[in-house]
Design a protein around this ligand. Structure first.
Ligand code: HPA
Length: 241
């Protein structure tokens, strides 16, 4: 029995979408799933299972920040045998290569967190997305003419950082967006030999100050969920064929 997810084995699908906000998990389930069933409300971190395109899928809130993400991802992989997790979130753009409403496909996730320093000692581990899932998501987005940009994410520990200069350096090294969870997700997926991908819509631009309206955020978020779900359906087809 898992401590923070009040479900029994089998109630969670092998494929899970993880928004940070638990209400987004509910919205994903109610909007996209057939026959959604809520399996968790421990700490209000809602989780649902249903079907999409004939494939069982779940949507589980991760909370904000790597410690919270790591608790839920670990329990999903270890206690519920989840095979693939797609984080569906937002990021702030660091680079002129991305615009608000673009979706960043997180190829890698640099981090200032002490979590991987505790895990790897003096080695600076490079958390990375699952290539097959990343490729499937890129294919789906291209077919649907949705603007996606593959590149690096920066998983920061502090949203309100007292020293914003590091983001300029990271942008020079090809990092496109800042968010707060992908590095922990990618690291745990590697630990358990599972697949993970982070898709982040750009909600605000750190260089231009531009922000999306609530309406725009909703529309882009919807497009991103379709990309994530269709990529998972294709992954399932490829591995059950
Ligand atoms: N920083 C961290 N996380 C975020 C941001 C940001 O600027 N925007 C959206 N998620």
């Amino acid at each position: 029995m898992s401590t923070h997810i009040g479900a029994s084995p089998g109630q969670i699908a092998p494929y899970v979408l993880m928004p940070g906000d638990p209400y987004r998990a509910r919205w994903i389930a109610e909007t996209f799933f057939e026959d959604p069933v809520q399996y968790n409300d421990v700490r209000g971190m809602l989780g649902y299972t249903g079907t999409y395109g004939g494939v069982r899928v779940s949507a589980q809130g991760s909370g904000m920040g790597q410690p919270s993400m790591a608790i839920y991802a670990q329990e999903l992989f270890d206690d519920f045998d989840v095979q693939a997790i797609v984080r569906v979130g937002t990021c702030g753009a660091l680079s002129e290569k991305v615009a608000v409403r673009d979706v960043v496909l997180g190829v890698s996730a640099s981090t200032d967190s002490a979590m991987n320093a505790a895990r790897f000692g003096r080695v600076s581990y490079a958390p990375a997305a699952d290539f097959e899932l990343l490729r499937l998501a890129a294919d789906v987005a291209e077919e649907k003419l949705l603007p996606v940009v593959p590149g690096g994410l920066y998983s920061a520990d502090q949203l309100y950082s007292p020293d914003p200069t590091i983001t300029a350096t990271l942008a020079r090294y090809g990092v496109l967006g800042v968010e707060m969870e992908a590095a922990a997700l990618y690291t745990l997926a590697a630990q358990f030999s599972r697949r993970a991908l982070a898709l982040c819509t750009v909600s605000d631009h750190l260089l231009t100050g531009e922000e999306t309206s609530a309406q725009e955020r909703q529309e882009t978020f919807e497009d991103m969920i379709v990309v994530a779900l269709d990529a998972l359906v294709r992954l399932d087809q490829q591995h059950s064929a």
